[in-house]
Design a protein around this ligand. Structure first.
Ligand code: ZN
Length: 274
């Protein structure tokens, strides 16, 4: 039903909207930088198949999802147009090599978000080119690597992203991220973290950009087993479902004829000659 409505409205514009994928399963791409795992034995021990595989594995147990992975050092960072066209929700973890992500790939991802693709931004990807571009802000924060405990408060218990969670959950050790966080005011605040050292942080937040839904989720430093934590896995899975596109509309600003008859317009001829 959504598809036929889109095609009829798209017919009035210069570029028809691509059809929504007809998959029974939600196509998800898990993107990982995949560099720490190759150089830091602590990270390799925690994530022997890469952090992206640890993020993807619990999603693959969900029969409603079709999950693939992509990494920085693949051609086009694993995100050629055909892959992005076939992706409804993209998750993004990066840290060391934000600057190596090519601007044309960033522009491609951003355009897909505007069309309706969901984007889940994880941990140090707060400084990724794609998140900064979509936020239009500094995305800066304060940080410390010192084995703080993190307590994530669920401040939106009725939200689909927190389904199945208690009022809070804890991670025994994590990197600290503290306020002020340089983000535009979120549409919805989902989690607030407290750290042993005294800081707090907006750990889960949503925005809409174009027709796409964006969720930032803080935990996930590479030297901790965070992506093996069942609560973290549940949040990411809930978020993937929440971020599912409801439309797919290509960006367009067409010059259009009137739908209803217009009154006489004496200036029309002049205007057309300009
Ligand atoms: Zn980190």
């Amino acid at each position: 039903m959504v598809v036929s409505m889109q095609l009829s409205s798209g017919a009035t514009g210069p570029t028809p909207n691509p059809p929504m994928p007809k998959n029974d399963k939600l196509p998800v791409t898990v993107w990982g930088e995949f560099r720490h795992e190759k150089t830091d034995p602590r990270v390799a021990a925690l994530y022997p198949h890469g952090m992206h595989e640890a993020i993807a594995a619990p999603l693959r147990t969900d029969p409603a999802l079709a999950v693939r992975t992509a990494t920085l050092d693949e051609p086009e960072h694993g995100l050629p147009p055909a892959v992005l066209d076939a992706t409804d929700v993209l998750t993004w973890w990066g840290h060391l090599a934000h600057a190596e992500v090519r601007d044309e790939v960033v522009a491609r991802v951003r355009a897909r978000v505007h069309e309706g693709m969901g984007l889940i931004v994880l941990h140090s990807a707060h400084y990724s080119k794609i998140f900064k571009a979509l936020m239009g802000d500094t995305c800066s924060l304060r940080w410390r690597e010192a084995n703080d405990k993190e307590r994530l408060w669920n401040v939106c218990p009725s939200h689909p992203i927190t389904a199945g969670l208690d009022d809070y959950f804890e991670l025994a050790a994590e990197e600290m991220y503290g306020e002020p966080f340089g983000i535009p005011a979120p549409d919805e605040l989902i989690f607030i973290s407290w750290f042993t050292g005294g800081e707090v942080f907006r750990s889960g937040a949503t925005w809409r950009r174009g027709h796409g839904r964006i969720f930032y989720f803080r935990p996930g430093h590479e030297t901790y087993p965070t992506y093996h934590d069942p609560n973290v896995q549940r949040v990411i899975r809930n978020a993937v479902h929440w971020a599912r596109p409801t439309v797919r509309r290509r960006d367009a600003a067409p010059n259009v004829p009137a739908i209803e008859p217009l009154p006489p317009d004496p200036a029309a001829a002049q205007r057309h000659h300009h």
